[in-house]
Design a protein around this ligand. Sequence first.
Ligand SMILES: O=C1O[C@H]([C@@H](O)CO)C(O)=C1O
Length: 537
Amino acid sequence: MVMGINGEFPGPGLRARVGDTLQVNVTNKLHTEGVVIHWHGILQKGRPWADGTASISQCAIAPGETFLYSFTVDKAGTYFYHGHYGMQRSAGLYGSLIVDVAEGEKEPFEYDGEFNLLLSDWWHKSVHEQEVGLSSNPFRWINEPQSLLINGRGQYNCSLASRYNSSAALPECSLGGGEQWAPNVLKVLPNKTYRLRIASTTSLASLNLAIGGHNVTVVEADGNYVQPFSTTDVDIYSGETYSVLFTTNQNPDENYWISVGVRGRLPQTPQALALVNYLPNHASKFPTSPPPVTPQWDDYNRSKAFSNRIQGLEGTTPPPPADYDRRIMLLNTQNTIDGLTVWAINNVSLSFPPTPYLGALKYGIKAAFDQTPPPDTFPDWYDIMSPPANPNATTGNAIYTLDFNSTVDVILQNANTLQPNDSEIHPWHMHGHNFWVLGYGDGKFQRGDEKLFEKAGRRPPLKNTAVIFPFGWTALRFVADNPGAWPFHCHIEPHLHMGMGVVIAEGVEFLADVPRETLSCGLTGMMFSGNGEEGHN
Ligand SMILES: O=C1O[C@H]([C@@H](O)CO)C(O)=C1O
């Protein structure tokens, strides 16, 4: 079962120019559940209610109802959109969103043509069955995906590439032409430069993409320009987007594979493949070289080296100096609550309340969520190298309230899971803000480690998603300059479902109004249905 939009999966690609206002009417035709759409990477300055997050920016759109998302896009780049209620993104509710530079403006790089690859992973088990398993005792994990998809296409139970390897476990796919699952074909001319936009909306998988025989130059990450660098392959974590340039300077009598494979978890899913078709060769001409091999899944030094190469483009805004009034240390742990397996941040597993935070904050409804702030740090003695000594965590829905316009540092600290010698990749995505990635480190963050940021001599890149490596930490800095309530969470869909996130809020008092049509549920719904025609339901 797949959730589609306008009869399509993935949903229709959207394209706009900087300065445009997009108006998207979403009608919920799911019969038995609400829906919201999040515009991933769009900052929604001044319109936090358009962020499309259930329980945070709005009430879920009820079956049969229509909600108008209206927002301005102010930064060129590669983005996507997706469901942000339950695990609807995993059910296929996503599509691509591209913002071009304004008329007459130029990108800081040149290219002759472009392609867009939206990457995802796919399970045969329905999302509802997955959700039930994750919230069961005993816990039932979703396990690895059955397929990796490129623009919604992938193969199952066969491999396009088995002819290159006689010991391949899977038979060759028999392509007749025109199959829905046929690989994406990128038609190119020799000696041109192409822009490849890549976005990952995977539910779980960390990916690596490479083009056989071609190096790529990375130029954009998460809608921000980066200092160009050349590489053989690109790591891409869920929630990230990249643009890379490649030049068709190889033997024009050949076609070439693009491969996408799993990193960061023991892969059990065949690579996804797309074809670079040098014209006038026929697309059915199989490349003579096999698809690029995905680097060893647990070669984290290689992954770290790649992440460390991403720097802000020279001349772009550097991070402001530290304001150590507020440094938030977020310890990510796997825990148990009443026998259920959860993820917790500083020992609190996030559970979304029925009243959207934005409305609750705007109208001062204190009963809507826990008013005691969550902890800004974790105990010094916590041993991140071992399973939690006391694995019991609590459930909570309190928020981090930030001073408006303050500079905030966040240290995301990874730790051992409930299993000995195990720590996992977590790509953290922040809504409403870009942050500077100050640095990555191994082990437990120590006072004084901030020196490592400066010593590295890197120009921190602006991003909206950053990974924490196993047993390591990642340091971020951002300015709390966007009035609203915003989730900041692991972009692995089952991990958010299991509580791996926090909510931050700032400057809500500066919002003139929060549209009533976003508030028709929970305590705000009651508040507004009490006084006649203003009520929604
Ligand atoms: O949240 C997770 O649960 C499993 C495992 O840790 C327990 O089965 C896994 O691989 C996750 O990422």
